[in-house]
Design a protein around this ligand. Structure first.
Ligand SMILES: C[S@@+](CC[C@H](N)C(=O)[O-])C[C@H]1O[C@@H](n2cnc3c(N)ncnc32)[C@H](O)[C@@H]1O
Length: 275
């Protein structure tokens, strides 16, 4: 008689490892990874190994992190100084600590201007799998009453973003949530989904389609890197295929452009098919 693997014990084994224990990741994410590997016929040890590999791609520690406690102190000092320049200086340093936002730094604020020229300036904005991107708010040109809802599964990042939003005078509306397992239903004018759709495909091939359809937003702005992290591999055709495959048969219009090697797909979901 085969004994079914104890998913909770395997989950605890992964989450208590030195690599992940400070991140307070949602256990549901790891349980989902393990269940899918086990359902594919792997043994408990094989599932553990495969789930660890997928979690590495999801959390992507190689993209970089600030020292979160120090980052909060730097933000407090900048808010205390009541100086836009000081705040922008700190935000720039923090944005530079993660590869996704570092690559965007030379193009602030042009990057957001170009997006909002297509979508119009939002009043309610979602930042999905946000990383440190909300720290670019001082360059986004958004109205003071903006409702900014950010989502990430990395708890120290979510805490830092809430710390920043409160100091910036906005509600602390960053949520720790696995958005693939629980797609945000918050209605919004625009949702950012930057530099993550290709990793979603690595986690579960084809999952972007249901995810993009589940959102309750007028515009979905997906960005993807035009090249690999090392700059050695051209990715543009592959990324366009990902977007085209995901949107097959949907009536949504896409406006594509590129800024600083980041491919931007502004997807207008208002024509039929929206949630
Ligand atoms: C490559 S970074 C991109 C960050 C940001 N979107 C940007 O481009 O500046 C990916 C981020 O997505 C988060 N993430 C990955 N999978 C997620 C999921 N299923 N739900 C919520 N956040 C997720 C990671 O924790 C990480 O902070």
């Amino acid at each position: 008689m085969s004994v079914s693997p104890d998913i909770d014990a395997l989950t605890a084994e992964i989450l208590s490892s030195p690599k992940y224990r400070r991140l307070d990741l949602p256990p549901g994410t790891v349980q989902d990874l393990l269940r899918r590997e086990l359902a594919a016929g792997r043994t408990a040890r094989e599932a553990l190994k495969a789930a660890r590999a997928k979690l590495h791609t999801i959390v992507a520690p190689y993209l970089g992190d600030p020292d979160y406690a120090d980052a909060a102190r730097q933000l407090d000092a900048a808010f205390g100084a009541d100086s836009t320049e000081a705040l922008q200086q700190v935000c720039q340093t923090l944005l530079a600590s993660h590869a996704s936002t570092r690559e965007r730094l030379p193009h602030l604020p042009k990057f957001y201007q170009a997006i909002f020229e297509v979508t119009s300036t939002p009043h309610i904005l979602l930042d999905l799998a946000c990383g440190l991107n909300p720290l670019a708010l001082p360059w986004m040109g958004l109205p003071s009453g903006i409702q900014y809802h950010a989502y990430d599964l990395h708890a120290p990042r979510v805490r830092l973003i809430n710390h920043f939003l409160s100091g910036y005078g906005l509600p602390a509306s960053a949520h720790q949530q696995d958005i693939l397992l629980e797609a945000p239903r918050q209605p919004a004018d625009v949702a950012f989904f930057f530099k993550e759709a290709h990793r979603f495909e690595q986690r579960r091939r084809g999952c972007n389609r249901d995810f993009w359809q589940a959102l309750n937003v007028d515009w979905l702005v997906v960005t993807l890197p035009g090249e690999s992290l090392s700059g050695r591999h051209e990715k543009r055709d592959q990324q366009r295929r990902l977007v085209a495959r995901t949107l097959t048969g949907l009536p949504w219009q896409v406006t594509e452009f590129e800024i600083g090697g980041e491919m931007v797909f502004c997807i207008d979901r208002r024509a039929g098919g929206g949630a």
